[in-house]
Ligand binder design. Structure first.
Ligand code: DWN
Length: 395
């Protein structure tokens, strides 16, 4: 479908002293003509992608904090069951489970990255630092009993051993429990040409069609779906054991919509690939022109996605002065592949640039809101999703 060649680790922000030791892995995705699953061909070992010091902290965005508070409220109200025990896979810094903990509901976060797991514990979130699968599921069930609700938000698409994970859900979930998962939605990626969602951590690019094909052999069916605006367009899938609940109207409606999207057709992905190259060329050409005009251009948000954009589009450090990012662990480091310095937002505010390329385009509304002064002084944000253009108001 699309081959990005050798790419650095998307979240592998480098210390300047580590420059010579940067590793690259092949990055390419294929689409299954039978089940519409879109997935990476090569998988980087999880121990490399999710080290003890994982760079991404969920709680860096107010918008995500609100999103997870709403999800927690919904789970507490509708899905916690008669003997509540809520388990979250990839619970990161406790952004969701902190609300479940505050409500006094039995819960457990399963989070392999030690640094963010420690932050969750500090918020009162019961957390175990392991990679979830059948073995961990058995241990949890033995210690706590069955889970009434299991959640995996932006997690499932990261897990190479996905059948072991689903078997783990089967082991741990109570007979009438639900498994709620949300991930970037293939329909949005194709429609918005958001090719930067493709990087080493995202092994799967789900749709309802591929989710149903994936879960059915494990005895689960999708009973509800709900589009979410987060992460550039995500889909929430609510699963139950087959026969326990009937699929709702939204599932039927999305099934119908996906049948018109041609998700199994090679032509769909050939068209996507062509649009990716058009976007990349337009972005690079614009950055070269802005440099020639003597404008100062910086990056905003050292996202994982930005690694794909920078490296695949051939955007070099001479075109982007620095990338501003709120995450302390990324500051002082260099972006993977392009080696652009990451600086704290204070640097951005101290001497506003002319233009800022919005690598965190999925947080555009929050960023525009926060950076009113930059815009008032004539600064421009540059986006490339769904196409290359300047934005001056929330999208
Ligand atoms: O799936 C994944 C999602 C959930 O999160 C992971 N594979 C890794 C990560 O992807 P990402 O890095 O592309 O996520 P974000 O949320 O787009 O990253 C935003 C980045 O921008 C963070 O490093 C924080 C930064 N930021 C900022 O500097 N100022 C964000 C906001 C909102 C800001 O105002």
């Amino acid at each position: 479908m699309i081959d990005f060649g050798l790419m650095p680790i998307a979240n592998g922000f480098l210390r300047p002293s580590d420059l010579g030791a940067e590793v690259r892995y092949p990055l390419s995705v294929v689409a299954c003509p039978a089940c519409a699953m879109v997935q990476l061909v090569d998988v980087v070992p999880p121990e490399i992608l999710f080290p003890a010091e994982y760079a991404f902290h969920s709680s860096t965005s107010d918008g995500m904090a609100r999103h997870f508070q709403r999800l927690a409220t919904d789970v507490i109200a509708r899905h916690s069951g008669s003997v509540p025990f809520v388990v979250e896979l990839g619970s990161n810094d406790g952004i969701l489970l902190q609300h479940v903990a505050k409500a006094g509901i039995r819960h457990l976060g399963v989070e392999p990255a030690a640094n963010v797991a420690a932050e969750a514990r500090a918020k009162g979130v019961n957390t175990v630092s392991r990679f979830f699968g059948v073995e961990v599921a058995r241990d949890i069930r033995e210690q706590y009993g069955p889970a009434s609700a299991m959640i995996a938000a932006n997690v499932l698409c990261h897990l190479p051993d996905i059948h072991d994970v689903i078997d783990g859900v089967d082991v741990l979930l109570s007979p009438d429990g639900v498994f709620i998962t949300e991930d970037p939605y293939l329909g949005d990626i194709l429609e918005k040409t958001s090719f930067d969602q493709i990087y080493d951590e995202h092994i799967f690019y789900f749709s309802l069609t591929s989710m149903e094909a994936l879960f059915a052999p494990h005895g689960f069916c999708v009973v509800d779906v709900e589009a979410q605006p987060v992460h550039g367009g995500s889909m929430r899938y609510v699963m139950a054991r087959t026969g326990a609940r009937a699929p709702g109207a939204r599932v039927l409606e999305l099934r119908h919509r996906e049948s018109t999207m041609q998700l199994k057709a090679a032509a769909t992905y050939a068209d996507f690939r062509a649009r990716v190259e058009t976007t990349c060329a337009a972005l690079r050409d614009l950055l070269v022109r802005l440099k020639d005009e003597g404008r100062r251009v910086v990056g905003y948000g050292a996202t994982s996605k930005s690694t794909t954009t920078l490296v695949h589009c051939g955007i070099t450090a001479d075109l982007v002065e620095y990338i501003s990012d709120t995450t302390p662990g990324k500051q002082g480091r260099l972006s993977p592949g392009a080696h652009i310095p990451i600086v704290p937002p204070s640097v951005f505010a101290a001497a506003y640039p002319d233009d800022a390329i919005l690598f965190a385009w999925n947080h555009a509304a929050e960023v525009m809101d926060k950076e009113g002064e930059f815009l008032r002084r004539g600064g421009r944000f540059l986006t490339y999703v769904p196409d290359v253009r300047f934005i001056s108001a929330p999208t």
